[in-house]
Design a binder for this molecule. Structure first.
Ligand code: ZN
Length: 89
């Protein structure tokens, strides 16, 4: 069972950092690396939910909340693969 309260807490903290533009000084690549490291700690070690943590911020980080791949092609936080749309074929 996921730690929902932990996930919401991280989402709120992310909101504060976002509001204060702490991420804006980082290039997109570094921003993505940082958030992935946060997600790895939260989701692998503490059983948090990446969808809840990234709620509202997937477009900003350009990260799929499901597979954590970096892509600007997101719909409601999911990349093409996770939306089940397959490749261009
Ligand atoms: Zn994905």
């Amino acid at each position: 069972m996921s730690d929902h309260s932990g996930s919401r807490m991280l989402n709120s903290i992310l909101g504060l950092f976002y509001r204060e533009k702490l991420f804006d000084n980082l290039e997109l690549e570094k921003r993505q690396k940082l958030i992935k490291e946060v997600l790895q700690i939260a989701c692998w070690r503490h059983d948090c939910n990446s969808g809840e943590i990234l709620d509202g911020y997937t477009d900003y980080f350009e990260i799929c909340y499901s597979c954590l791949s970096s892509t600007p092609d997101l719909q409601e936080g999911l990349c093409q693969k996770c939306r089940g749309e397959g490749s261009s074929e």
